[in-house]
Design a protein around this ligand. Structure first.
Ligand SMILES: Nc1ncnc2c1ncn2[C@@H]1O[C@H](COP(=O)(O)OP(=O)(O)OP(=O)(O)O)[C@@H](O)[C@H]1O
Ligand SMILES: [Mg+2]
Length: 212
């Protein structure tokens, strides 16, 4: 029986995932036990898979190879880190999770969405985040925020692909409004952090009541 909370942070590059995770953690003030993980990566095996996925030399990679590597990394991360932490009652904060697969490999690369849905289910042993934040920014803003940073294989992808991914995240949010909170990522960091904190507190209260 799961006792902790799984919170995932999603959206295109530079939308503010890492920034908002740090903002949330700073508001925890030692009140909550948490585990922070990032995808792909988070364990030694997952970090090795990450190297393959992001390496600019691997531009021959086929979309299905990419999909399976992400799913392999996710399965390992779930079994090795996320599920054990949830069992201990921890709050697990995940910098990207399966919605990124749906957005990038599904909406972006055009792989079958139903197949991806099944694969996401398999890779996570059926685990669904208690709460997901998607930060929505324009592609122009993405460019601005990424300027000067060296681009990995996925970040370097062309504009039309990034547009489909961006739209994909919005569709995911529209499909599951209970779980997914679509937040305007163009707002100031503090304003977004306040929204995330409010939502977190609401879910935490519900969770605490349910566990009593
Ligand atoms: N709301 C915001 N307004 C303006 N700038 C922001 C905002 N949030 C984050 N930034 C800036 O944008 C850049 C990218 O933010 P961050 O690293 O948090 O994004 P990310 O979603 O984690 O990106 P990646 O997918 O590349 O890991 C950073 O320089 C950060 O300071
Ligand atoms: Mg980040």
């Amino acid at each position: 029986m799961k006792r902790g909370l799984l919170i995932t942070f999603e959206g295109i590059d530079g939308c503010g995932k890492t920034t908002q995770i740090q903002e949330l953690i700073s508001r925890f003030k030692d009140q909550f036990e948490y585990l922070l993980v990032r995808e792909p990566g988070g364990t030694p095996i997952c970090e090795q898979i990450r190297q393959i996925l992001l390496d600019n030399a691997n531009n021959e990679m086929f979309p299905i190879t990419e999909l399976l590597l992400y799913s392999a990394s996710r399965h390992q991360l779930c079994r090795e880190a996320i599920l054990p932490a949830l069992k201990k009652g921890k709050i697990v904060l995940c910098d990207r999770f399966y919605d990124s697969t749906t957005a990038y490999q599904g909406y972006g690369r055009g792989l079958d969405l139903e197949f991806i849905h099944q694969l996401n289910h398999w890779a996570t042993d059926g685990l669904v985040p208690d709460m997901t934040f998607i930060f929505d920014i324009s592609l122009t803003e993405r460019e601005k925020r990424m300027r000067g940073k060296p681009k990995d294989r996925l970040e370097a992808d062309e504009l039309a692909f990034q547009q489909r991914v961006c739209e994909g995240f919005r569709k995911i949010a529209a499909k599951e409004p209970q779980r997914v909170h679509l937040i305007d990522g163009m707002q100031p960091v503090e304003v977004i952090a306040g929204e995330v904190w409010q939502t977190f507190q609401t879910i935490w209260r519900e969770h605490s009541h349910a566990n009593q």
